[in-house]
Design a protein around this ligand. Structure first.
Ligand code: GDP
Length: 465
């Protein structure tokens, strides 16, 4: 079995750093470490202690590095196994030497996520918590970070545990009832069961509902900035980012490819995409850019349509909006270049586009070069996709696997509800309850033993975690 092996990996990122940590975990972690470590005898030391020493190749007696060895003895360690961490000097060459040496002494290179997989298998954390570790590593904003921490500490799992226990109680009673089926008794108060099922459905629906937010926190929101050449898309992108990133030119159609930048507002990551201008393609390269624009627009959640308010007519704007074939996107209309625009003309434009056609798109009047109203535009973005401010105390489902399991569970709960209404027999009810329990159990890992599924979950981790 692979848990018999002692695994090793670099626990810090690749590349040059002040220090680099090499982590060993497994039954032989301490003896393998001892075979190359010169200082104190590690096996004789207490857990959670740090020791200075040198690493030498026992065959050639070559000195490899001066290190600190940190000792965690089973079961009080991240994986639940013996762990030794060597804090070495952070040169990739030295770290490679240390890894090679430890592999020579009997350790095997860890698979991605294998340390956390072992932690899960040793009952150090449940599956939802283990997955939160991966989310934490990849968190790009503070809110995503907070959500992952909360889940890692058991927030999400606790909510589910409670629901699961209540349902298990009912399952037990129903099974008991089935044992007495000859006598036609009912141990389970159907009304009470219905009440619990409805309560559970409410909680689960809330969790399912939070997935939209979870997804936003985890992956960010794609925002496409589109408009005709020279409308000021690149300038607006720079103003929103407060940086000079996109190339600004006054030759129409020069932003040929798409540029993606990250903007964080209220803890949400917005991926801003500047696109090639919308107009008839004049040459082949421009055409590719335009096709890409439409592709990006249809993938995005938010479309910021920018037009030059000093030159555009309402017909041009309306024609573009029609061309853009907006389907599921939230749309913002941005009248740019208000610094060189007549106020009355701007008012007319607003009237003939928004009022006249009863459009309910938010309308912003900005001057991208002067950053006038661009901060207001930025602050407005979260409200487009969220009804409320994010509350990180709330349990948020951010994992596709969990979301699917919750939906599965909800379906079975609905079946129980229908079954109760139709007064179906106890053994059929028991069947549906077991299905619902199974769905919940797959989230925390109670009923998940399939190595393939575990492998695919943990393979998303990086090596060394
Ligand atoms: P894009 O083709 O839509 O990306 O447009 P650019 O951002 O490259 O801008 C085209 C030209 O319009 C540049 O010369 C910008 O300096 C100018 N421009 C952009 N925003 C404004 C603005 O708010 N006011 C004025 N007066 N000029 C602007």
């Amino acid at each position: 079995m692979f848990e018999d092996s002692t695994i090793v990996a670099l626990a810090t990122p690749n590349g040059v750093g002040a220090i680099g940590v090499v982590r060993l975990s497994g039954k032989n972690a301490i003896s393998i470490a001892e075979s190359v470590f010169h200082g104190k005898r590690l096996s004789a030391q207490k857990t959670h202690t740090v020791h200075l020493g040198t690493l030498k190749d026992p065959k050639t007696n070559t000195l490899i590095d001066e290190v600190l060895a940190t000792l965690f003895k089973a079961p009080k360690s991240y994986t639940g196994e013996d762990i030794v961490e060597f804090s070495c000097h952070g040169s990739p060459y030295v770290l490679q030497q240390v890894l090679t040496l430890l592999i020579k002494q009997g350790a095997v290179l860890a698979q991605p996520g294998e340390f956390t997989l072992r932690a899960f298998l040793n009952g150090k954390m449940d599956l939802a918590q283990a997955e939160a570790v991966a989310d934490l590593i990849h968190a790009e904003s503070e809110t995503a970070h907070q959500t992952a921490i909360r889940q890692m500490r058991g927030g999400f799992s606790n909510d589910l545990k409670n629901l699961r226990t209540q349902l298990i109680d009912f399952a037990a009673l129903i099974e008991l009832e089935n044992d007495f089926s000859e006598e036609d008794v009912e141990f389970v108060d159907r009304k009470q069961l219905l009440k619990l099922v409805e309560e559970m459905l409410k909680t689960i629906q809330k969790l399912i509902h939070s997935f939209q937010l979870g997804n936003i926190l985890k992956h960010g929101v794609t925002v496409v900035i589109a408009g005709r050449p020279n409308a000021g898309k690149s300038t607006l992108l720079n103003a929103l980012l407060n940086e000079e990133r996109a190339i600004v030119t006054n030759i129409a159609g020069t932003t040929r490819d798409t540029i993606e930048e990250k903007l964080i507002v209220d803890g949400i990551v917005f991926r801003l995409i500047d696109t090639a201008g919308i107009r008839e393609a004049t040459d082949a390269i421009e055409k590719i850019g335009i096709e890409k624009t439409f592709e990006k627009i249809h993938e995005a959640s938010i479309l910021i349509y920018v037009f030059d308010a000093s030159t555009s007519s309402e017909l041009e704007v309306l024609e573009d909006l029609q061309k853009l074939k907006i389907e599921n996107q939230k749309v913002l209309l941005v009248a740019n270049k208000t610094d060189i625009c007549d106020e009355q003309a701007l008012g007319m434009l607003y009237y003939s586009i928004i009022e006249n056609f009863s459009l309910d798109y938010p309308w912003f009047e900005v001057s991208a070069v002067n950053k006038k109203q661009t901060d207001e535009l930025k602050e407005f973005l979260p409200a487009l996709i969220l009804n409320d401010k994010i509350n990180t105390d709330q349990t948020i489902v951010a994992n596709t696997r969990h979301h699917a399991a919750l939906q599965d569970c909800a379906t079975h709960l609905e079946t129980i509800k229908e079954g109760l209404a139709q007064r179906i027999s106890g053994d059929l009810l028991a069947f549906d309850i077991r299905y619902a329990l199974h769905a919940l159990g797959t989230i925390t890992g109670e009923v998940l033993h399939d190595r393939d599924i575990l492998g695919s979950i943990f393979s998303k981790f990086c090596i060394g975690k």
